[in-house]
Write a new protein. Structure first.
Length: 325
């Protein structure tokens, strides 16, 4: 039986993760405040998704990539997978709120750009960061994988090139005469988040899960609540497990995906992050159908527990992409 005060401290420095998340939140608040005050360079939401042709490529992609990563969606009207991928990318561009810009290029009308990027088939997604082009993925990839790729792209842009994105002015009209977008500020949630932490410390995992869900029901993008919920649900799953039995079953049945998932949970709680990720990547590679999807989903959940900025997550995302595609 697991002790009531079971801790995640062996997995990740929670204080550091929280500080990083708070820093990102403050940066977003500063960007939003700059937009509200009419800060220089603020753009309307419509500017996050643009149609680009060969004539405007240097201005709209190359020059813009010196201040924000530009994701390029090569598409065509006749391409059915494009009709699935393009709306998803547009939605994510809006959701990421200036962390990247989406440039849509119709390959039928821009054959030269298609050739310059070496596009062999569509949909194909590339990025340009500080004038440097790099391929991201081809085909209608799963949303979770696309999010992971975008997160890595943004991280590279920030760490290597100092690109912090662009300020989006939510009150700017998307078109002449259009009504401004009004956002209702969320929170504050300090009391609810503190209650969740106290429940975790007291071993009340169900209470912690509910407290975090209460925050997310009103503010789905709250990073601290998402991180806390993942941790609380992980602790719930391993509570009552017999570690020796779970590990023995996983060792004896490498093809048993539920056994590998359970062992991966124990690995993570025990602080063996790389072991947990590697176990699930192997499970994805060896399995198919529902089992494969279950292993993939659990791996993505564990990524959330550790935090997307952790280099071990970045490494595992790359390994997952290799076995998925």
């Amino acid at each position: 039986m697991q002790p009531r005060n079971m801790s995640m401290s062996g997995v990740v420095d929670l204080a550091a993760v929280k500080a990083a998340q708070e820093a990102k939140a403050k940066a977003e608040q500063a960007r939003a405040e700059a937009a509200r005050q009419g800060g220089g360079g603020a753009v309307p939401p419509a500017s996050l998704v643009i149609d680009v042709d060969e004539a405007a490529f240097e201005r709209d992609v190359l020059q813009r990539s010196t201040e924000v990563p530009v994701v390029i969606d090569f598409w065509a009207e006749w391409c059915e997978p494009c009709k699935q991928l393009s709306p998803l990318l547009e939605r994510l561009a809006t959701e990421y709120n200036g962390r990247f810009v989406l440039a849509k290029i119709d390959v039928d009308a821009n054959q030269m750009l298609m050739q310059q990027f070496g596009v062999q088939g569509i949909p194909a997604v590339f990025a340009v960061v500080a004038g440097q082009a790099l391929p991201l993925f081809q085909g209608a990839a799963p949303e979770a994988q696309i999010r992971g790729t975008l997160d890595q792209l943004i991280q590279v842009g920030e760490e290597r090139f100092g690109l912090t994105g662009i300020v989006v002015d939510p009150d700017a009209s998307d078109a002449e005469g259009a009504a401004p977008v009004v956002e209702t500020p969320a929170g504050p949630y300090d009391a609810l988040l503190e209650a969740a932490v106290q429940a975790l410390d007291a071993g009340d995992l169900a209470g912690a899960v509910q407290a975090y869900k209460n925050v997310l029901s009103d503010d789905p993008g709250n990073t601290e609540a998402k991180l806390g919920l993942g941790q609380a649900e992980l602790l719930q799953r391993v509570q009552g497990m017999d570690p020796q039995k779970v590990r023995a079953e996983a060792a004896q049945n490498p093809g048993d995906v539920p056994a590998q998932i359970a062992a991966a949970d124990l690995d993570l709680v025990g602080g063996h992050v790389e072991d947990a990720f590697g176990r699930l990547v192997d499970a994805v590679a060896r399995s198919a159908g529902d089992d494969r999807d279950a292993a993939r989903v659990r791996l993505l959940e564990l990524f959330e527990v550790v935090g997307g900025d952790d280099p071990r997550v970045t490494t595992a995302r790359t390994a997952l992409a290799r076995v998925l595609f």
